[in-house]
Design a protein around this ligand. Structure first.
Ligand SMILES: [Zn+2]
Ligand SMILES: [Zn+2]
Length: 151
């Protein structure tokens, strides 16, 4: 289980406020749970699972039941604010859909997940395109291993 540090308003708060006002203009209700989830993703660079979100809400004394959290996640995915990641162990993780393109490293021991950017991925994509003659439109690539603490 991850702990969420520094749940305070910072720079990215402007982005979240913008998202909130956009949703409001579209006529969507902004419940406390919805707002809390949006702010949570702005304060975290790591992908979060539904269980992480539930634990965080509990930690900040917000009474939100599980089905509400799942409903909110699905709503935010439909609005293209969050996207779902398929990483390991059949657990779904979520992160903001507008985060810069990156991949993930997953620790096989403790389950910690971090983002990683690759310098040479254009080469990989063009190689895949050449070898397959497909027009490559998307890709997914995840690395598994042992994190610093687990090595
Ligand atoms: Zn990539
Ligand atoms: Zn680890």
């Amino acid at each position: 289980m991850i702990s969420i540090k520094n749940y305070t308003y910072c720079n990215s708060v402007a982005k979240t406020m913008h998202t909130i006002s956009t949703l409001r203009k579209q006529g969507f209700r902004m419940t406390n749970a919805r707002k809390a989830i949006l702010f949570m993703f702005d304060q975290n660079s790591m992908p979060l699972s539904a269980l992480d979100i539930i634990a965080f809400l509990k930690q900040s004394n917000q009474e939100v039941n599980k089905s509400t959290v799942y409903r909110e996640i699905n709503f935010l995915i439909k609005k293209h604010i969050l996207k779902q990641l398929f990483l390991a162990g059949g657990v779904a993780y979520y992160e903001p859909a507008d985060r810069n393109h990156h991949h993930h490293v997953v620790c096989n021991s403790c389950g910690k997940i971090e983002g990683v950017s690759l310098n040479k991925e254009k080469m990989l994509i063009s190689e895949a395109q050449k070898r397959s003659s497909y027009k490559i439109e998307d890709h997914s690539l995840t690395f598994y291993g042992a994190c610093k603490q687990c090595q």
